[in-house]
Write a protein that binds this ligand. Structure first.
Ligand SMILES: NC(=O)c1ccc[n+]([C@@H]2O[C@H](COP(=O)([O-])OP(=O)(O)OC[C@H]3O[C@@H](n4cnc5c(N)ncnc54)[C@H](OP(=O)(O)O)[C@@H]3O)[C@@H](O)[C@H]2O)c1
Length: 298
């Protein structure tokens, strides 16, 4: 394994602190899901550092641009309308643990379609624009759930097995990490660095599909609810996004998995693994297999 890349930051660092003293004037970014939660904190920090940020959202207001990640026609319309160089995409939009199996317009299970396939279509559709920037970044937002189990290539759409909301979310987030591994390998010569950001735990709209008991267990519901100490603020979680999107990185820092502004520990993974990144989330062969699956779907 290559040496981990060490930064001066940690889990307490905010996105604004990572970008302190960095001038992003003239640099153009897209942040999906950039109108709420971690995406909003990411957009704000990039804008404050001088970047031009396009917030891609289902419910655009002001200068936002419409994008529904679960609808490949919407993604295509977005990429076709984009003009000129692009310095970074923060692939942050997502949904979690939909209680029943829902499908996107192309028939894919909705979490995999939204969190992974929509971003695959977006990023690959903007390849020429990222290349035109000379140096650019792709940040794929994954989740600690990737450490619990590998991507299920046998039945990713839950056509043969009963639908499991968390397994579907996990598939989509392992897929995200594998996507940055594949991008790093394929687009290095184009000056594109692609890495994965894990936000840790943050109280946002993402948890809206969780039931009352689960929310209570997380300290997110009930009288006198108190979030556990290990929760981050959106500004702290966004720090890893902007680190990977805009902080100076050597060209070797690509295809890697970060949390709390540092590279995650490489661990064996499994249902009881407490943290770190699992081998199946960084596996180049699985990354290629997933790329082919996604290409076929486009
Ligand atoms: N919060 C956590 O603890 C945590 C932990 C690990 C990973 N993450 C990841 O962090 C990312 C940001 O989540 P968050 O916590 O900030 O939650 P959030 O506030 O719910 O933000 C998610 C964003 O994704 C957008 N989105 C959902 N479906 C979309 C679609 N079909 N097309 C376009 N945009 C869509 C949402 O936009 P709408 O307003 O249109 O719904 C929303 O802005 C997600 O990828 C999530 O999986 C979060």
């Amino acid at each position: 394994m290559t040496e981990p890349f060490v930064t001066p930051f940690d889990g307490q660092t905010t996105a604004g602190e990572v970008l302190k003293g960095i001038d992003l004037t003239g640099r153009r970014y897209i942040v999906t899901g950039g109108a709420s939660g971690i995406g909003l904190a990411t957009s704000r920090a990039l804008i404050k550092a001088g970047a031009e940020v396009t917030v891609a959202t289902r419910r655009p207001s002001g200068d936002d641009r419409a994008l529904d990640l679960s609808d490949l026609d919407s993604v295509r319309a977005f990429t076709e309308a984009w003009d000129g160089p692009l310095h970074g995409i923060v692939a942050n939009g997502g949904v979690m643990a939909l209680p029943t199996r829902e499908t996107a317009s192309n028939g894919w299970e909705l979490q995999l379609a939204t969190n992974f396939l929509g971003h695959f279509a977006l990023v690959t559709g903007l390849h020429a624009n990222l290349r035109a920037a000379g140096e650019s970044r792709v940040v794929v937002v994954s989740s600690g759930i990737q450490v619990k189990g590998a991507f299920d290539f046998e039945d990713p759409q839950f056509q043969r097995q009963p639908y499991d909301p968390w397994k579907a979310y996990r598939n989509s987030k392992v897929a995200g990490s594998l996507f940055s591994v594949a991008l790093a390998r394929r687009w290095a010569a184009d000056g594109v660095l692609a890495n994965t950001a894990d936000p840790g735990y943050v109280a946002t709209n993402l948890q809206r599909h969780l039931d009352e008991d689960t929310l209570r267990a997380f300290g997110m519901a009930g009288e006198n609810a108190v979030l556990p100490d290990y929760f981050s603020t959106p500004e702290q979680a966004a720090a890893t996004n902007v680190l990977l999107a805009a902080y100076p990185l050597p060209k070797e820092v690509t295809g890697r998995y970060f949390i709390y502004c540092q590279e995650a520990e490489h661990v064996p993974g499994g249902p009881d693994a407490p943290g770190g990144v699992a081998p199946w989330s960084l596996d180049p062969a699985a990354a290629d297999r997933l790329w082919e699956l996604a290409e076929k779907a486009l």
